[in-house]
Design a protein around this ligand. Sequence first.
Ligand SMILES: NC(=O)c1ccc[n+]([C@@H]2O[C@H](COP(=O)([O-])OP(=O)(O)OC[C@H]3O[C@@H](n4cnc5c(N)ncnc54)[C@H](OP(=O)(O)O)[C@@H]3O)[C@@H](O)[C@H]2O)c1
Length: 152
Amino acid sequence: MGAAAAQLARDQGLTVIGTASAGKKAFAESLGAVYVEYGDDLADRVRAVAPAGVDGVLDLIGGAELDAVAPLVADRGKLVTAADRVTVARLGGEPVRRAPGRETLEALAARVAGGTLNPYVSQVFALDRAAEALRLVEGGHALGKIVIAVPG
Ligand SMILES: NC(=O)c1ccc[n+]([C@@H]2O[C@H](COP(=O)([O-])OP(=O)(O)OC[C@H]3O[C@@H](n4cnc5c(N)ncnc54)[C@H](OP(=O)(O)O)[C@@H]3O)[C@@H](O)[C@H]2O)c1
């Protein structure tokens, strides 16, 4: 989700600051993001690259990580999470608004076809290895998208 959000935000002309572990620095930068390593003192590291503050935060982790970045954003309506409704409500932020359905998928598919949105498929598993694919996704550190190929 972070990789997709970074590309969509970049294409809106926004400056994107992306957090990931050190092994994903080059990947984050390839998306046009300013890379900041996560972990202790994340908010201070973000302030170091954005001294004037940030206009919004999209959180994909929740919990303590969401608490840590909340002070970065003055307008709590722009503190948005896809991961933790409970913490974001306490902080005065918002859960991400979803718009699933044909129109959204077609708009995203058009961007993929047009080359402006890369889903970054890092691995494709055959259906009989679906359990392995799901374990990788559930590990929380996959790179891009993991695809399960269904024959037929
Ligand atoms: N994918 C969806 O369609 C979808 C839909 C609704 C909600 N969500 C929610 O959105 C969240 C993200 O989903 P996803 O599919 O993007 O997950 P993902 O593919 O597993 O990616 C999670 C990313 O978070 C990074 N990360 C792990 N720990 C972190 C931390 N402490 N601080 C900052 N970054 C950290 C990981 O980077 P490293 O590998 O470098 O650690 C990894 O790249 C999840 O809570 C998920 O439940 C996803």
